[in-house]
Design a protein around this ligand. Structure first.
Ligand SMILES: C[S@@+](CC[C@H](N)C(=O)[O-])C[C@H]1O[C@@H](n2cnc3c(N)ncnc32)[C@H](O)[C@@H]1O
Length: 431
């Protein structure tokens, strides 16, 4: 999209969000007031961010640093202190799911185990532990350690099984490494094994894509998550594509790939569980960001609290230094006004492609009527259907929503993360 298109879509999304959430919501992240502390929470989820990678992929927008043995102990000490800080602030909450993401969490598995032990000690952990991992990290020993740490849902960042696409995204190993890793995970008794596969890569055809899905399913993945390549301007790929004018797939090509993915999944017994994810059999769903509330631990980790969003400093040293001095690592906060929490809930139900209609009043209170009018309009446009209890996106609905979420990621997330990367403690960021 060119800059005029970007400007117009920004104007449209700003108008829409103001109309939906109301003029009382300020779309600004600011340093927290000195007197602010997180409110008590009875039940929530927990996100642990592990920022280490051996190979930093040029397209990856997440907070990460190159693996360095010397950083592991300070990281662990700070993460343990942050668990304690959360427990002191929100109380001994029930933690109904844990998600360990990165970076590559398996690069610092001993740290993760210590942090999980501390979580068990300070909170009441009742849910499953899900963890991301990377093909070169998986061997029998890692699998045993993951099982010993009670990790029950795993996700492997396959991205592609094809040499040309792996090379294009800066992954310097042979496809057989990912194949061995996936089959080892699949035969090791995890409740769910997800494979991340990328699409909308330059030069990728629908056939390339479905061949990757088929290979992942054949090797035993019971969930497939297909991400279109986001090109955040600040990642190396973003710069590369701009500088060298590599042609990304246009809307038509993207639509054909999206349809090929849905058709392939439906024909092979995988049901849709989100705009990008498909699951086969009775395995629990592997998912990260769709929870109703969570506390975040680690540099760049976000938290979704009853009173708003909070975002930790992205800078690993600043994060360690804050926690070593007993100070909060939260750099930015966006308080919720009106029914913002409910609209956020609805946004993620759209991501699930299913909305339980009887929860609308509970989530949105007096805004539920406005939400229902929008849902009817979406249904009339052929983007969804409803049986009175559940509202479900149709295939075209899921496609347009995936584009919208792509736009959201590129616009809001990019604005916020760019500011958060520039300085450890940024001033206000309007999104
Ligand atoms: C935090 S990454 C973890 C990757 C893991 N460390 C690995 O090496 O495979 C989680 C997933 O986000 C997806 N992802 C990362 N950057 C992306 C981008 N620019 N566009 C689309 N998906 C992306 C990838 O599919 C990746 O597997």
């Amino acid at each position: 999209m060119n800059s005029v298109g970007r400007g117009l879509s920004r104007l449209a999304t700003r108008g829409l969000r103001r109309y939906l959430v109301g003029p009382g919501q300020r779309w600004r992240f600011e340093p927290p007031d000195p007197g602010w502390t997180p409110p008590p929470v009875a039940r929530t989820s927990l996100y642990l961010h592990v920022p280490f990678c051996r190979n930093c992929c040029p397209y990856c927008p997440y907070t990460k640093v190159r693996y360095d043995e010397a950083l592991i102990e300070p990281y662990t000490r700070a993460a343990l202190a942050e668990v304690d800080q959360w427990a002191d602030n929100i109380g001994p909450a029930e933690i109904d799911s844990v998600y360990v993401g990165g970076g590559t969490p398996t690069q610092a598995l001993a740290s993760v185990v210590r942090v999980l032990d501390r979580v068990r000690r300070r909170f009441r952990l009742t849910g499953d532990v899900s963890m991301e991992t990377s093909p070169p990290d998986i061997n029998t020993e890692t699998v045993q350690r993951l099982r010993a740490a009670n990790v029950s849902l795993v996700s492997l960042g396959v991205q592609s099984f094809q040499v040309k696409h792996l090379a294009a995204i800066g992954r310097h190993y042979q496809p057989v490494v990912a194949e061995r890793a996936l089959s080892l995970l699949a035969e090791s008794g995890f409740a769910s094994v997800n494979a991340d596969i990328m699409f909308a890569l330059p030069g990728q055809t629908p056939e390339d894509m479905t061949a990757d899905l088929a290979r992942a399913a054949e090797l035993g993945a019971n969930q497939l998550t297909t991400y279109p390549l986001f090109t955040f301007p600040y990642t190396a790929v973003g710069e590369y594509l701009q500088l060298k004018a590599v042609r990304m797939p246009d809307l038509g090509a993207r639509r054909r790939q999206y349809r090929a993915i849905s058709d392939w999944c439906r024909a092979h017994g995988f049901e849709r569980v989100s705009v990008w994810g498909f699951k086969r059999g009775g395995a629990p769903r592997y998912s990260s960001v769709t929870r109703d509330g969570y506390i975040g631990i680690g540099p760049g980790a976000g938290s979704h609290l009853p009173d708003g969003f909070a975002l930790n400093t992205f800078d690993l040293s600043a994060w360690i230094k804050a926690l070593d001095s007993g100070v909060s690592p939260i750099a930015l906060r966006m308080p919720f006004a009106a029914h913002m929490g409910g609209w956020w809930w609805l946004y993620w139900r759209f991501y699930d492609t299913r909305i339980p209609l009887d929860a609308l009043d509970w989530a949105l209170g007096e805004d539920a009527g406005k939400a229902r009018r929008w849902l009817h309009a979406i249904e009339r446009a052929g983007m969804a259907y409803s049986n009175g209890r559940t509202f479900e996106l149709t295939e075209p609905g899921a496609f347009w929503l995936h584009l919208l979420q792509n736009l959201f990621a590129l616009s809001y997330v990019n604005t916020l993360w760019t500011a958060a990367r520039r300085r450890p403690w940024p001033q206000a960021v309007a999104i």
